[in-house]
Design a protein around this ligand. Structure first.
Ligand SMILES: [Mg+2]
Length: 275
């Protein structure tokens, strides 16, 4: 093999890896080291605590678009997402950067969640434990897979989160994972509707627009659709910061994860405005 070709074959993967690491570095460093991240999370959960008083008093109050019909007599519930909402997976992200090729790896992710070692997002446990003590059922609607259920439950319980084993109707427990039932797809609205049939959903908490409404849409459509709910943020809808990943990013390249990394990077660059 000619020496130049050998050199290219050695350097190209190293260059691609370095690029991917740079893509993810700022976001993971911000979440793991900045006071700014911690303060943003505390601020979100403080808003939730203040808002819960009004939400419980006002029986017409609901936070779910899937809540149709009279919910005044239904018991109150809060729906939270898990990853980057109540559990901090930034060490898993750091593993992609430090021990992987810089990008999401299903194998590394599964290894991380199986360890049940994620820390609580600052402020999350205190808020949810308080709400649970007041009789609010907390539902965890997550796109983690059923095989991750046991390790996920253990992680939540060990960190002091309220996880009910028995809930109303035929929902089973309070952990509603993707694929536990055929109709429970990655779009979370079917699971929200299942909760809404039995509870008055007083709050939705998440780090991704999909935690609030179906958001597999182009970036402009996401923005336009969300504008109708500007006044819900910090009251009915509590959002946590996640600069590391999310549907906001997938939307920049039409949710096509099969595209080559260089193409994905080009599309992100094209999405930037200079004025
Ligand atoms: Mg999440």
């Amino acid at each position: 093999m000619p020496r130049t070709l050998t050199l290219v074959l050695i350097l190209l993967p190293a260059w691609a890896r370095a690029q991917a690491v740079m893509d993810g570095l700022n976001a993971a460093a911000w979440v793991q080291t900045s006071v700014e991240y911690r303060a943003s999370a505390l601020q979100a959960w403080r808003s939730a605590r203040l808002s819960l008083e009004r939400a419980l008093k006002d029986k017409r109050w609901t936070a779910a678009l899937e809540q149709t019909g009279d919910a005044r007599r239904l018991p109150p519930a809060i729906i939270v997402d898990i990853d980057e909402t109540v559990l901090d997976n930034s060490p898993g992200q750091a593993r992609f950067l430090l021990e992987g090729n810089g990008r999401f790896s299903e194998k590394q992710w599964q290894e991380w969640t199986a360890e049940s070692r994620a820390e609580a997002v600052p402020g999350a446990r205190e808020f949810l434990a308080g709400a649970s003590a007041r009789g609010v059922t907390v539902f965890y609607i997550s796109n983690r897979a059923p095989q991750e259920a046991e390790a996920t439950r253990r992680n939540l319980v060990e960190k002091g989160f309220p996880v009910r084993d028995a809930v109303a109707g035929d929902l089973g427990d309070a952990l509603l994972l993707r694929g536990e039932r055929p109709e429970w797809t990655s779009d979370k609205s079917v699971r929200r509707a299942a909760v809404a049939a039995r509870y008055r959903i007083v709050m939705l908490c998440g780090d991704d627009l999909n935690d609030f409404f179906p958001a597999r849409l182009k970036p402009e459509e996401r923005m336009n659709r969300a504008r109708a709910y500007d006044s819900w943020w910090g009251e009915r809808w509590i959002i946590l910061p996640n600069p590391m990943y999310g549907s906001w990013e997938d939307a920049l390249y039409d949710f096509d994860r099969t595209l080559p990394p260089a193409e994905i990077q080009q599309r992100k660059l094209k999405a930037l405005r200079t004025r």
